[in-house]
Design a protein around this ligand. Structure first.
Ligand SMILES: [Zn+2]
Length: 364
């Protein structure tokens, strides 16, 4: 027995982190895009690494899984038939992914019922998107249901995060982005030309930022490689999506008679705030002309402010919550403090003379 079911569940939890760390919707546009999810387990002297590659139109279809033990390849699975009876037992989640989730329809129904009841905003996104199959896919590619009954919060978080991107993309205009926000309205920006790509933020990260492993993972996902070449407007897109995902977790855990006892909020919301403030600070310091151009564009800066305030509210709610918390609260508090430090908040602050920017009260 290489992996026990329970252990695999735990590993898949860790895999979710990998899922976030390797996942960026917009890379889909790149040709031949595949997404890789990987998780490892050290048991005594044995180290097992499972790598799962996805492809297909929504990069949700499992293409190939490999299992290595102490660096030696022991299994390659390309379809459900490749699993022996023993393999099915040893890698139940993996097998389920390849065998197409027989109970999927019921699972999606359950996920939607929970959304409708506890997170009407999340549900409104689902009702607005044209292609509903993507939601099913995200529920499918997530972790096993808790006690076979309810989807893990991480899965709900991811699914709502991703369909919020989908809705925004369905409403994308040639002049600029649309952001569907928790108020139930779209905010729209007209692109400012010549703004630096979001990858500029990568070099601005401090030593402390890089020590925050989750932040570092997000930086690798959103600020490096193809993903890094996305414009600043797409960083705001992530800020909005992480806020919406966090809101879903809060709604699901805090709802009356909710089946979720506790919830973990993805600190990506804080990291996107950090990246946004660093970006603006750098713009002010290095490209003053462009910064002034942005500042004069009130329609544009109003959207930044609204997305920022929306994130702050959700972060504050998380810190105040008795049922949900960030998965690395101490580290996240430090990152928040850095985000609001004079060194980093100046660019954002100077865009809005009448506004004050302080660490959300409950997080202090
Ligand atoms: Zn995203």
């Amino acid at each position: 027995m290489v992996l026990k079911n329970k252990k695999l569940k735990l590993l898949l939890l860790i895999g979710i982190v990998g899922f976030f760390a390797t996942h960026s919707l917009y890379s889909v546009k790149a040709k031949n895009f595949t997404r890789t999810q990987s998780w490892s387990n050290t048991h005594g002297k044995n180290k097992t690494v499972i790598t799962l590659k996805y492809g297909g139109p929504n990069h949700l279809t499992p293409i190939e899984a490999t299992v290595t033990k102490n660096g030696k390849l022991i299994h390659t699975f390309k379809k459900a038939k490749d699993f022996s009876k023993k393999n099915r037992k040893d890698y139940p989640v993996l097998y389920e992914k390849f065998s197409g989730f027989k109970k999927l329809a019921g699972k999606v129904k359950k996920a939607l019922a929970l959304l409708k009841k506890y997170d009407p905003f999340g549900y409104s996104i689902y009702s607005k998107i044209k292609d509903k199959s993507s939601f099913d896919g995200y529920i499918q590619s997530g972790n096993e249901f808790i006690n076979g009954k309810i989807p893990p919060l991480e899965t709900m978080d991811t699914a709502v995060h991703e369909i919020s991107h989908q809705l925004d993309m369905e409403n994308f205009r040639s002049q600029g982005n649309s952001y569907y926000t928790i108020k139930g309205t779209f905010l729209q920006v007209t692109k400012i030309s010549k703004l630096p790509k979001r990858s500029v933020v990568y070099e601005l990260l401090s030593k402390e930022d890089k020590e925050d492993w989750d932040l570092k993972g997000k930086a690798d996902t959103y600020l490096a490689n193809v993903s890094g070449t996305m414009p600043f407007e797409m960083l705001l897109e992530e800020l909005n999506a992480y806020t919406i995902g966090a809101n879903t977790v809060l709604q699901l855990t805090e709802g009356k008679k909710s089946p979720y006892e506790i919830g973990t909020v993805n600190p990506g919301i804080i990291h996107m705030m950090r990246f946004t403030s660093l970006y603006l600070d750098n713009l002010k310091a290095k490209k003053l002309g462009l910064y002034k151009k942005m500042k004069r564009n009130k329609a544009y800066t109003t959207v930044i402010l609204k997305l920022w305030r929306q994130a702050e509210k959700v972060v504050n709610r998380t810190c105040a919550s008795k049922k949900a918390m960030f998965n690395t609260p101490e580290m996240d508090k430090e990152t928040l403090k850095r985000t609001y430090s004079d060194k980093s908040i100046n660019g954002l602050k100077s865009l809005f003379k009448q506004e004050t920017f302080e660490v959300p009260q409950k997080c202090n």
